[in-house]
Design a protein around this ligand. Sequence first.
Ligand code: SF4
Length: 488
Amino acid sequence: MNFSDTEVAMSILLDNGFLKTNSVKDADVILVMTCSIRESAEDKIWKRLKYYQSIKQNRHPSKLPLKIGILGCMAERLKTKILEREKIVDLVCGPDAYRDLPRLLAITESNQSAANVQLSLEETYSDISPVRINPSSKSAFVSIMRGCDNMCAYCIVPFTRGRERSRPISSIRSEISKLAEQGVKEVVLLGQNVNSYRDTSERVFPGQQTTLSNGFKTVYKTKQGGLRFSDLLDKVSLDNPEIRFRFTSPHPKDFPDEVLYLIKERANIGTNIHLPAQSGNNAVLENMRRGYTREAYLKLVDHIRSIIPDVALTSDFIAGFCGETEEAHLDTISLLKLAKYEYCFSFMYSMREKTQAFHRLVDDVPLDIKKRRLDEIVYTFRELVLERHKNQIGQEQLVLVEGISKRSESDLYGRNDRNTKVIFPNVEVENNGTLQPIQPGDYIVVKINNCSSQVLKGNALTHSSITEFTYYQVLKQGFESTEILKFQ
Ligand code: SF4
């Protein structure tokens, strides 16, 4: 999300006559996009600010005084307290106030500090064409909504990013079509809770009901009407058959079957689903206000697998949340074993001011126990994923090439449909009857021949495309021509 916010803020500044520099030492203004989801993220920002302060203090007197600004969630959380602390920062701008950046910067020119941390019920920056930070990258993030109404007990996001609001489908389609013209081959649709997406900008659709997954509940009144995430996914994946679409993050509570069937049927929607569980214990889930039980979550996992058998599930886990007992932790370990994730993002719990947990609960799990539980979550996940990676040896997979592998200059890396990293030797392979080099952004068929718990390894076979590869796979499996039609 910060990546996408940076592109929006940069677009606003470039439109207002500012220029981007790649060297901190050449800059007259340094703006830092921040995250405050965990204390450690903020600690890193404060360290970084000290470094910028040293540049500010050693700046040559002939140059304009350097201005330093904090943007995003940390700005929203700490507001003007940032200006007071150690007097490093000149400007504070919350996630809904980027349009105000030129005015705020103008104020700082007269050596005053400036802040705008007003949250909005409407701002989606839908009319802003983000300027890509890395224009040569073949992957892009597209923000489809902002904010979150869920109020999970541990989470600062509803306080730093405000109420949930969705960007109109028309503006998302237009941004993606511009990205397609620039040669982008993968788009990640971003939102705090993408399955709550609801575009009510054009007409009200009274027939579009919100249906919660079985056994799930929500803390807010369910909303009705508008075009939903499945409508958006349907349209963008049809518009751009050679772009691979992914999305993050959905909340498990409202995972509609329409989205699952689209993933199953459309070859250009990745078969990976992020389904953040956070814990495998009912008492902890209740304390977290997640709105589901372990049983309901596992039932949803089974349901997803019944529709998309080869789905790659990923999840987030918090180790050592308030009141988490050893038994509760073991429930999380057993959930990991049952759900069989492709990747897990796990963190030690860090209490954030303002959250429900801060007001109601006690951060009572000692740090060393949090660390040990985190290690156990990571260890369990790694052991299990290795087995699943081994099962993919021998498969031919379509890999979108990202670049040269960091470990070896003679290897390339990319990601398969399930979003797993695949490494393979950089050789010329067949493309329409001739041997051709492989470039970032190419779709390559790779035969998997080895793996670790983190990556798959293989050999490149041929250049391909999503459409070509899908036909090839379907024909290989001996499907009837009537069944092929659904892939068109
Ligand atoms: S769904 Fe929960 S964890 Fe996710 S952003 Fe919203 S409040 Fe935070």
